[in-house]
Design a protein around this ligand. Sequence first.
Ligand SMILES: Nc1ncnc2c1ncn2[C@@H]1O[C@H](COP(=O)(O)OP(=O)(O)OP(=O)(O)O)[C@@H](O)[C@H]1O
Length: 116
Amino acid sequence: MRKPPLYKSFLNALHGIGHMVLQERNFQIELAALAINLVLIFFLKVHATEAAVILAICGAVLAAELMNTAVEKLCDFIHPEFHVKIGLIKDISAGAVMLLALTALIIGLVIYPKYF
Ligand SMILES: Nc1ncnc2c1ncn2[C@@H]1O[C@H](COP(=O)(O)OP(=O)(O)OP(=O)(O)O)[C@@H](O)[C@H]1O
């Protein structure tokens, strides 16, 4: 089968991200957190290395949220009914996001205080 052109792959990925921006509350909250961090980095003149760490963890949280939502949607598609294993799969997937969000919180607590 012929591979689709590269720009088509970008459009497909943007379609997925666009869906998340419009429909998924957690993703919207995490995008707002990224925006707040960008403002803080700019106004507090955060050191470039620290800014890179902050932006990297924000990106990781957003990417994990994308994967978590994909797992949830896949679960709902293949098994819409209640099942204890589906619950566990969703909980594990959500756990990945929570782990990264907590890491982001700790990184923020380590970096920001010295700028105030
Ligand atoms: N089909 C199911 N069978 C068993 N438990 C389920 C099922 N669907 C959802 N759950 C339970 O409900 C939780 C929330 O699942 P849901 O699909 O509603 O995600 P959500 O509310 O969008 O979560 P998130 O905030 O992580 O995006 C799951 O983590 C799981 O514990």
